[in-house]
Design a protein around this ligand. Structure first.
Ligand code: COA
Length: 154
C-alpha cells in the first residue's frame, strides 16, 4: 500500500489545498493530512479546529486520514509507513521556500521523497492568510473554502 503525508498549517484549509489533496488521492492508496506546526507563524485557529474543519471537508473519504503532530514531519511519515510527502506549488515565489523545506527533509531522511503538485490556474492566488483578510473585510469567500471553514469564519 502506497501511503503519503500531506503536511501543512492548514490555518484554515482552502479549496486550493483540497484540490491538491484530491489529486494526491489518485496517486496514492492512502493520504494522511497532517496539521503540523510552523514555528514562524501565529495561528488563526486552534489545531483541534483545523483538524475538525479538514475532517468535515473530506467527508469520510476512506483514502484520507486527518491528524496533527508537533514533531518532525519526516519522523511522522516514517512512523506511519509513508514513503512520500505531498506539497502544492502555486507560483515561482513558492519555489525557494519549498526547495529549502524539501532539502531539510531530505537531509533528515533521504528515503522519504517529496512530490509537488502544481496548483490549478484558478487556485494559484488562494492562501490561508488572504482568506482571513478577505473574510474579515466582508468579502464573500464561499468559492474559495469548504463549508466547514465558511461557517467558522462567519
Ligand atoms: N492552495 C492554497 N493555499 C496554499 C496552497 C494551495 N495549494 N499551497 C500552499 N498554500 C498556502 C497556505 O495557505 C499558506 O498560506 P499562508 O502563509 O497565508 O498561511 C502557505 O501557502 C503555506 O502554508 P502551508 O502549506 O500550510 O505550509 P507551512 O509553510 O505553513 O507549513 C510545514 C510547513 C508545517 C509543513 C512545515 O513547517 C513542517 O513540516 N513543520 C514540522 C517540522 C518539520 O518537520 N520541519 C521541517 C524540517 S526543519
Amino acid at each position: 500500500m502506497k501511503v503519503a503525508v500531506y503536511p501543512g498549517s492548514f490555518d484554515p484549509i482552502t479549496n486550493g489545498h483540497l484540490d491538491i489533496l484530491n489529486r494526491a488521492c489518485s496517486l496514492f492508496d492512502k493520504v494522511i493530512v497532517l496539521v503540523a506546526n510552523n514555528p514562524h507563524k501565529s495561528s488563526n485557529f486552534s489545531v483541534e479546529d483545523r483538524v475538525e474543519m479538514i475532517k468535515e471537508a473530506v467527508n469520510n473519504n476512506p483514502k484520507i486520514e486527518v491528524t496533527s503532530d508537533s514533531g518532525l514531519t519526516v519522523e511522522f511519515a516514517k512512523k506511519h509507513g509513508a514513503t512520500h510527502l505531498i506539497r502544492g506549488l502555486r507560483a515561482v515565489s513558492d519555489f525557494e521556500y519549498e526547495f529549502q523545506l524539501a532539502s531539510a527533509n531530505e537531509f533528515i531522511d533521504s528515503k522519504i521523497d517529496t512530490v509537488f503538485l502544481m496548483a490549478r490556474g484558478d487556485k494559484t492566488f488562494i492562501s490561508s492568510s488572504s482568506i482571513i483578510t478577505m473574510a474579515k473585510q466582508g468579502v464573500d469567500v464561499s468559492k474559495l473554502v469548504p463549508a466547514s471553514v465558511l461557517k467558522r469564519l462567519k
